[in-house]
Structures are given as structure tokens and as C-alpha cells.
Design a protein around this ligand. Structure first.
Ligand code: GLU
Length: 295
């Protein structure tokens, strides 16, 4: 469903914002490192994931490494973006400093397996909460709500919305909800799956595909990085809801409650807004934080 808010959201890009984003992409982590709280590991229930992580003093978090605004590897390889800042807030509540977070690149398709195999403790990676995924992992949050949109080359005139996808080569990412949406709703479009969104963008620029589809805010990051070549269709009109959650091992209810409590505290104390404003908020307006869903 297109929302006027989302339409407005994408008219705010400017040369100034693009320049500021360039700085952010060059390794500025924004508002500085969130301070890790002084946390006594024994304050957590014995045997809990929180106690184990706090005791270890480190945590492994999966995120994207190629998505401007949310998770993009900086010059030293450490990712920056809103998801990264959310990860730091969650780690900080366990007393773990940002420097003791091990960042692992997760692409869309390997997020559930990485959680299930224990390769990561958490995934914060533009990760939509849905029932299919909840069969194998759990989610804290949502901490943001995006929506699926379309991106084309600046001179494209014939793709004007999801109703004009018939016969078009539509790029998206394997294992993502936008790819599934195209399969389910637009069988007359030719879905071309890649492993990452940056590879979709390369294919669009090279003329291998006609359009890229994923969440509006991911596409907005790519447009801001290359406004001479890329544009959003219909000012970033959205046609799905993509509530972003923090993925964790299925059945770890105490950890999920802790993560939800921490997100709510970050809404209250301003650290969520600060995380937004220092990253994605350079380009996009600050939204209201969504209510967490303690399903
Ligand atoms: N939010 C959607 C998803 O989780 C698309 C973005 C992504 O693939 O990371 O599938």
C-alpha cells in the first residue's frame, strides 16, 4: 500500500544529504560509539544467553556489508549503518563494547542458517519478521518498518509501478521477501535473483535487468550513492510492509524478552533516535519507532 509518508520521504534527498552520506560511508560511525553499560554478568539468570555473552564479553552479529545507510563495510572492513548501531545498542546492554562485536556478513539467504547453526548470536540485517521465518528463528522488534519499492535507471519511463512489471527483468535477492513477493504476485515478470543487492544494482547499470526491487530504504541508499544513474519509481511508492526484526535462535524466549526490553529502553532514552539520525537519518526523516511485538 502506498503511503503518503513514504512518498514524501524520498523527496527529501538533496545534494547536501548526498554529500553527508558520502562522509558517513567513509567510516564516520555517526554519533560516536554508544557506551557499553557497566554490567555484572551475574545479574543475568544463570545459564541464560545474556549471562553467557556478558561473561564472554563478546558477541557475534550478522549484518549486511553492501547496503548504504543500514549496513555497509567501511574502509577498515567494519560495517556502518543503522542496523550496525542497533547491534551496538543491544551489545552495550550486555556490557559489550562496540570493539568487541564480531561482525559477520550475512546475505539475505544465509540469515536463518547462520542463526540455526550458531554462527551468529544475532542478525540485524534489514531482516523482515514473518511467519515463514518464525518457523526456524525468533525475532525481537520490530525496530523499523520499511516497504517494498522499485528502482530503475534515471532515463526509464515505462516502469511506473508494480503494475508495469509484466515481461520485465526484475532483479532481487535470493531468500528475500521482495523476491518472494514478485514470484507470488507477478508471475508474468521475469525474476532474476542475485546474492546481494549491490549485485542487483550492477546488473541494472549494465542493462542486464530492467528494475531492482527490495525495501524502499535500501533502494534509497543506492539512489543517494549514485543519483546520476538511479531513481526510485514513483518517488519510492511502497506496496508491502517490511517490519525489521532482530533475528535470534528459536525458543530463546528470555533472550528475546531482553532484546525487546533493550529496544524499548532505546526508544525511551533517545539512543534509537540517535542511531537513526547518525546513519539512515542523514538522508531519510526520523520515523516514530514501531511498537515491539512480544508474540
Ligand atoms: N527486508 C527484506 C527481507 O528481509 C528485504 C531486504 C533483505 O533481503 O535484506 O527479505
Amino acid at each position: 500500500m502506498a503511503s503518503p509518508l513514504n512518498r514524501r520521504l524520498f523527496l527529501t534527498g538533496s545534494v547536501g544529504a548526498a554529500a553527508a552520506l558520502g562522509l558517513a560511508a567513509c567510516g564516520n560511525t555517526g554519533g560516536g560509539e554508544p557506551e557499553a553499560a557497566e554490567v555484572d554478568p551475574s545479574s543475568f539468570a544463570e545459564g541464560s544467553t545474556m549471562a553467557a555473552l556478558a561473561e564472554a564479553g563478546k558477541i557475534t552479529i550478522g549484518t549486511k556489508f553492501d547496503q548504504p545507510l543500514f549496513g555497509q563495510a567501511g574502509p577498515d572492513g567494519t560495517p556502518v549503518g543503522f542496523d550496525v548501531e542497533i547491534g551496538k545498542i543491544l551489545a552495550g546492554a550486555l556490557g559489550i563494547e562496540a570493539g568487541n562485536i564480531e561482525w559477520v556478513e550475512t546475505v539475505s539467504a544465509n540469515r536463518e542458517p547462520f542463526i540455526e547453526n550458531g554462527q551468529v548470536d544475532l542478525v540485524v540485517a534489514t531482516y523482515t519478521i514473518n511467519d515463514t521465518r518464525k518457523e526456524v528463528v525468533d525475532f525481537a522488534g520490530p525496530y523499523y518498518v520499511a516497504g517494498q519499492a522499485l528502482m530503475v535507471l534515471v532515463d526509464n519511463e515505462d516502469i511506473t509501478g508494480e503494475d508495469s512489471l509484466a515481461g520485465k527483468k526484475v532483479a532481487s535477492v535470493e531468500g528475500s521477501t521482495p523476491a518472494q513477493y514478485i514470484l507470488d504476485n507477478h508471475p508474468d515478470a521475469e525474476l532474476v535473483n542475485f546474492d546481494t543487492y549491490s549485485n542487483c544494482v550492477t546488473a541494472l547499470i549494465n542493462g542486464q535487468v530492467d528494475v531492482v526491487t527490495t525495501d524502499n530504504v535500501i533502494l534509497a541508499g543506492f539512489v543517494e550513492s549514485d543519483p546520476d544513474n538511479l531513481k526510485l519509481v514513483n518517488d519510492g511508492e511502497t506496496f508491502t510492509e517490511e517490519p525489521y526484526g532482530v533475528g535470534l535462535a528459536k525458543g530463546d524466549d528470555d533472550f528475546r524478552t531482553f532484546l525487546n526490553d533493550t529496544l524499548e529502553a532505546a526508544y525511551e532514552d533517545g539512543s534509537w533516535a540517535e542511531a537513526w539520525e547518525s546513519t539512515a537519518g542523514v538522508v531519510l526523516p526520523t520515523p516514530e519507532p514501531p511498537a515491539v511485538d512480544r508474540y
